[in-house]
Design a protein around this ligand. Structure first.
Ligand code: NAD
Length: 281
């Protein structure tokens, strides 16, 4: 269960969430299900999303897990057919799958600080860069091709993408992930325009910094004190703290609601404890 920040009725809405086994999207799956939606949790590994669905069902809400790699149109189409059988046609798509890859990350923030043996900008692996662009950009475009067809048919629907702070201003070390998320913000505006006459809205949230299992060791030393990068992040955040996954749910539920957000399309909403507003001075 999550703490629902808004009381919006999603009864009978079919919500597809990609990358649903992850930190942010599993919280979204709980929130939509607790708001009455029929949630289709899509993931690369069926056992992960089935476990999430079992947890949500045990709480008395509606959710099923489906195996779907966001880069595999055939798997996504099979998932769509299964969702049609289980729940009906799709109303809301959350493009949640995404992430970075170490092969597209430099060891240093600045070239002039690089020492012998460090992975510099010149060592970045083009296949790693390609993978990050594919996962984040095509990984939102392809599911939208599959699931927005339902929305075009019924002339209503909503798409929510997940951008990032690095889309506004790139973060050091991660040029590909920053570029790919900038592309997601741009694509959000493109989709909002393209589907405006089809009754479909498209928005994005841009989460600030969250602590997750994957980045915990990069952000905190073993004694719990912040690492140098973590101190930089917190110094650059006026509220001086990290964002919690549950703090993304209010914006998510608001942006996907056709009544509350009926005129909201093409926006990229930062949820960042002020990080993107602060110049550092
Ligand atoms: P996460 O790693 O917990 O979740 C990402 C999920 O995507 C995982 O379940 C993973 O298995 C899945 N995934 C990866 N490749 C996939 C593929 N090819 N097909 C299907 N699923 C795939 O990360 P998260 O922090 O919950 O991130 C969710 C989204 O939020 C991502 O788009 C991420 O870029 C974005 N984001 C995260 C943060 C943060 O601080 N955590 C900040 C800004 C944006």
């Amino acid at each position: 269960m999550v703490n629902l920040p808004l009381n919006i009725d999603y009864k009978d809405k079919v919500v597809v969430i990609t990358g649903a086994g992850g930190l942010i999207c599993s919280a979204m799956a709980h929130a939509f299900a607790q708001s009455g939606a029929k949630v289709a949790a899509l993931g690369r590994r069926l056992e992960n999303v089935q476990a999430l669905a079992d947890e949500i069902k045990a709480e008395g809400f509606i959710c099923e897990g489906y195996k779907a790699n966001v880069l595999d149109p055939e798997e996504l189409e099979l998932a769509r057919q299964a969702i049609h059988r289980d729940f009906g046609s799709v109303d809301i798509l959350i493009n949640g799958a995404g992430g970075n890859n170490p092969r597209a990350t430099t060891d240093n923030e600045y070239q002039h600080e690089a020492k012998d043996g460090d992975k510099t900008f010149f060592d970045l692996d083009p296949s790693g860069v390609d993978m990050v662009f594919k996962l984040n950009f095509q990984g939102s475009l392809i599911p939208t091709q599959i699931f927005a067809k339902d929305m075009v048919e019924k002339k209503s629907g909503c798409i929510l993408n997940i951008s990032s702070m690095n889309a506004f201003t790139p973060l050091t070390k991660i040029p590909a992930y920053s570029g790919a998320k900038a592309a997601i913000s741009n694509f959000t505006q493109w989709l909002a325009t393209h589907f405006a006459g089809s009754g479909i809205r498209c928005n994005a949230i841009a989460p600030g910094f969250l602590v997750s299992a994957q980045n915990k060791s990069l952000l905190f030393n073993e004694d719990g004190t912040p690492t140098a990068r973590s101190a930089k992040i917190l110094n650059g955040t006026p509220t001086g703290r990290y964002v919690e996954a549950e703090e993304l749910l209010g914006a998510t539920l608001f942006l996907c609601d056709d009544r509350a957000a009926s005129a909201v399309t093409g926006v990229v909403m930062p949820i960042d404890c002020g990080f993107s507003a602060y110049s550092g001075v």
